[in-house]
Design a protein around this ligand. Structure first.
Ligand code: FAD
Length: 388
């Protein structure tokens, strides 16, 4: 773990709201600068929790995410706990498998466990003596004038805490962002796509992965698709992306099997008939939202990063990666403007908003690419780096 910057302790108090992936990484970036960092997270400490709820079980870590982890000395550790995926593996209905490499030989993206990554980042943040993690703290409201935040605890009590800088890393439905919406000249749009997603587990067979592990498996079926990413315990997490209307048409166990027989027949023996019948109805399909906004800051008081600033649909595999990159970009601008927040925050919005919007657009584009274009012959000859 890297030491915080030496020299007299700075008085600037940075409140990072949200101890998810981007918030916990961001806490490391601010702590490294020597600021007093407080992280406020609505959930209990996931390192002690029995069940960890998140937006997906695993995710693809790519170059831009790794670069950010490297800045805080976490890259090697996280990479050692990931599974390299060198190529997409396209499954046709007949069961034929065709690999499409992500880039040149040796290039790969990594399948990482979301909960584990979050735990590692929280532990990394906590290792800085100038960082405090506060769990069971739900941000209710805050003032852009004074920097005072109101948190509600599970027992109903309230806490009022002041910070010099509030960093909103509280995800797609950000409470920090609500204050932005009350202000003039704040642009905001949110779009729910017609598709939902559902996760299914493919267990190991005879103690081994049920499919080749070093691939991101894709079953593109034009209007819908399934993907599968490997996990360290030799399971795969399969994610079915499909219009809600289609999810709703499947109401019985027999219909689930019929649907899989028609579109994903090669997966039935691998997932198992009983597991499929059970898991399909375990949880309802989850919605996916794309959020764009600008600017990403208010004065010198508050900045949004990660999904709070730019929730993207997951088809480009870049939501977390772009959020991690936000941390590097902010850090570089802090250096450039000597930590003068009144100059840093506007510059961050100026530089970052167009790139975050571009990622959101690319993710929407890949929404069609992955489920439809990937089927076409020309795609099979094309190389595309750094997207899922
Ligand atoms: P979150 O992970 O949402 O964390 C926000 C945190 O804030 C949470 O811990 C939450 O509890 C806390 N919080 C919320 N409200 C409050 C409040 N009021 N007060 C205090 N705390 C609060 N990205 C990739 O890069 N690669 C992938 O392969 C990938 N796959 C995905 C697959 C799926 C199915 C989905 C849905 C997303 C995927 N993503 C992927 C996107 C990725 O999950 C997000 O971009 C990433 O989680 C964003 O991190 P975040 O910290 O900004 O937000």
């Amino acid at each position: 773990m890297e030491e915080p910057a030496r020299g007299p302790r700075k008085k600037t108090v940075v409140a990072v709201v949200g101890g998810g992936l981007v918030g916990s990484l961001n806490a490391c970036f601010f702590a490294k600068r020597g600021f007093d960092v407080e992280v406020f997270e609505i959930r209990e400490d996931i390192r002690q929790a029995k069940i960890v709820r998140g937006r997906s079980i695993n995710l693809a870590l790519s170059h831009r995410g790794r670069q950010a982890l490297k800045h805080v000395g976490m890259e090697e550790k996280v990479v050692s706990q990931g599974i390299p995926m060198n190529a997409r593996m396209i499954h046709s209905i007949s069961g034929k498998q065709s690999p499409i490499p992500y880039g040149k030989k040796g290039q790969y993206i990594l399948s990482v466990d979301r909960a584990n990554l979050n735990k590692e980042l929280l532990t990394a943040a906590e290792a800085y003596p100038n960082t405090k993690l506060n769990f069971d703290h739900k941000l209710q409201d805050w003032s852009a004038e004074t920097g005072q935040m109101t948190f509600v605890r599970l027992d109903g009590s309230k806490e009022h805490i002041k910070a010099d800088l509030i960093v909103g890393c509280d995800g797609a439905f950000s409470a920090v962002r609500k204050q932005f919406l009350r202000r003039s000249r704040f642009n905001y749009s949110q779009t729910y796509i017609p598709h939902g997603y559902m996760e299914l587990t493919m267990l190991p067979i005879n103690g081994e992965f049920a499919m080749k592990p070093n691939y991101l498996h894709i079953w593109p079926r034009n209007t819908f698709m399934m993907i599968a990413l490997p996990n360290l315990d030799k399971t795969f997490t399969c994610t079915l992306f499909m219009p809600f209307d289609d999810f709703e048409k499947i109401t019985t166990e027999d219909e689930v099997i019929k649907f899989f027989q028609e579109y994903f027949p090669d997966t039935i023996p691998l997932i198992g008939v009983d597991t499929l019948k059970r898991d399909y109805f375990r949880l309802p399909a989850q919605a996916m939202v794309s959020v764009k906004c600008s600017p990403h800051h208010i004065n010198d008081k508050c900045v949004l990063m990660g999904d709070a600033a730019h929730a993207v649909v997951p088809f480009y595999g870049q939501g977390m990666n772009a959020g991690f990159e936000d941390c590097i970009v902010f850090d570089e601008i802090m250096n450039q403007f000597n930590e003068d927040l009144s100059a840093v925050l506007p510059e961050y919005s100026r530089v970052r908003v167009p790139d975050d919007h571009a990622i959101a657009d690319l993710a929407m584009y890949n929404y069609i690419e992955m489920r439809a274009h990937v089927n076409s012959k020309w795609f099979l000859f094309r190389k595309q780096v750094d997207s899922i």
